[in-house]
Design a protein around this ligand. Structure first.
Ligand SMILES: N[C@@H](CCC(=O)N[C@@H](CS)C(=O)NCC(=O)O)C(=O)O
Length: 202
């Protein structure tokens, strides 16, 4: 088994943090996104969308999509549970992971894709769309600050994949000036708490 990944890209980091929380070590193959190695025929044979991360299984088949890869490892090694326990809690984790992915992570990534020089000539950039996405991400951080006044972690009392998704999105947001505001103290305290976990350095 090996993970085709990138040290600097946010979606691969979700898998790195998840694996560190589980204590699972998977050999990594670094894919150079900067030189468009992810668009090479060899890589596209692994994932037709040309995106990392991709998990290559021992039988030579491939899994992509960071959440699908995380879920695969959750089923292989259920502890510690990062997708929740029991029907209600699993549904809560799913709900919050989708909320932070759609409402924060995707707008953060869109801001980068639409406005940053890294994607100049690689994507059709619409800076106005990037500005709308940035405003949405910032508004959602304000919303989450209120949510985190009521509990320790995004989906409840236990750390979960929803915290990983939000951590990675917020950290990547710095590149385009999307930051936790000084008065968002609940979100700030949550960020300090999850950043202090050893997995955050994975
Ligand atoms: N939905 C996918 C998104 C994967 C994705 O967008 N990967 C980015 C890195 S964060 C990538 O490979 N970008 C290279 C490119 O767009 O050329 C997932 O969750 O894994």
């Amino acid at each position: 088994m090996r993970l085709f990944t990138s040290k600097t890209a946010p979606n691969p980091r979700r898998v790195h943090v998840f694996l560190a929380e589980k204590g699972i070590d998977v050999p990594r193959v670094e894919v150079d996104i900067g030189s468009a190695e992810n668009r090479s025929p060899a890589f596209v044979a692994r994932n037709p969308l040309g995106l990392v991360p991709v998990l290559e299984l021992d039988d030579g088949t491939h899994l992509s999509e960071s959440v699908a890869i995380c879920r695969y490892f959750e089923l292989l090694q259920p502890e510690p549970a990062l997708f929740g326990r029991g029907a209600r809690e699993q549904a809560e984790v799913e709900m919050w992971n989708r909320r932070v992915e759609h409402e924060v992570a995707l707008p953060v990534f869109a801001t980068f894709q639409m406005t940053h020089d890294f994607f100049k000539g690689r994507l059709e950039q619409v800076p106005e769309y990037g500005a709308v996405a940035k405003r949405k991400a910032l508004a959602r951080l304000a919303w989450l600050d209120g949510e985190l006044a009521r509990r320790e972690y995004v989906a409840g009392d236990a750390f979960s994949i929803a915290d990983i998704t939000l951590l990675v999105a917020i950290d990547f947001g710095r590149v385009t000036g999307i930051r936790i505001a000084p008065d968002q103290r609940h979100l700030g305290a949550w960020h300090a708490r999850v950043s202090a976990r050893p997995s955050a350095r994975a």
